[in-house]
Design a protein around this ligand. Sequence first.
Ligand SMILES: NC(=O)c1ccc[n+]([C@@H]2O[C@H](COP(=O)([O-])OP(=O)(O)OC[C@H]3O[C@@H](n4cnc5c(N)ncnc54)[C@H](OP(=O)(O)O)[C@@H]3O)[C@@H](O)[C@H]2O)c1
Length: 309
Amino acid sequence: MNESTAVLQIQTSPGDSAAVTQKRMTGTQPFCLVTGSSQGLGRALAEECARMGMNLILVALPGAGLPELSNAFARTYGITVLYREIDLTEAESPEALYRWIREEQLPVNMLVNNAGIGAHGSFFESSPEINRTMISLNIAALVHLTHLFLPELLKHPRSYILNVASLAAFYAMPFKPVYAPTKAFVLNFSLALRAELSETTVTVSTLCPGGIVTNEECRKLIAAQGFMGRISCHHPEEVASYALRQLLRNRAIIIPGLINKLARLLGTVVPLPLTQLFIRARFASKEQEKAVSGSGNRSPAPLLEVHHE
Ligand SMILES: NC(=O)c1ccc[n+]([C@@H]2O[C@H](COP(=O)([O-])OP(=O)(O)OC[C@H]3O[C@@H](n4cnc5c(N)ncnc54)[C@H](OP(=O)(O)O)[C@@H]3O)[C@@H](O)[C@H]2O)c1
């Protein structure tokens, strides 16, 4: 992409998951890459970036509606949007994604590592397959992508990495015995990298939200927590808008909402056994079990009208 403007073609060859929305490309305008951007928080973060006029590269699993979403964002916000449908839990996927972006010669100055999955329930009954997937996506893919894109990010006068962790990162959580540690890894990794890069043009922030009303399972889990769940949860758009503002202000740790900030503070002063008793009581109820059993249907609220072509 050497010219200042160029019109890209939609790639439709079967088996080639890379595709480009037909849009006018501005040669110098950098891109924001958002993983897990087909729905939920990732989609809201992508839309917030679009609202700020950033070009986008959207990434999610195949069949998640990325072509339609890309067109909708491009049309609504007058930006360039590219997408890649790829399973980031496969070891070679981060490299494939990076190579494709290099081939397209897309300048990237913001990396949002949002794709992540969670699981709720006793470790004894947990699925080894889901545990492995969680570690691959929440940790391995995030580290690999960050490593691959760092040289590109360092080329720009100002670049940003936003890693999505969770409030769970601050606790050893019964009934989330694998998820919470994956997020603790994200937090510690990001803080270490931030310090390492402190004299460069790249800033690293970690987003640690409490409950977000995204997919059906999250909705049910939040509802099952009753009053506490209700007062501490947020909608993805609120979290995204707060997160982007704080990212641009170079905050190390971004915690949306007063209740969640307080919860984090309490966690530092209340003795560990007491914190764990409280968390156990909050997450061990029968309602929680009911909430996660047989769930998995996702019905995120649409952020904007998606056009099918
Ligand atoms: N929701 C909460 O309460 C909450 C709270 C704190 C932190 N978080 C964190 O926020 C982030 C987003 O959560 P969310 O609730 O918005 O999740 P979500 O609604 O389930 O969306 C997850 C996104 O990640 C993508 N994804 C899943 N597996 C993938 C894979 N193997 N390869 C590539 N993309 C994949 C999904 O694509 P498809 O649409 O194709 O499946 C989707 O775009 C996660 O890191 C999560 O841990 C969430």
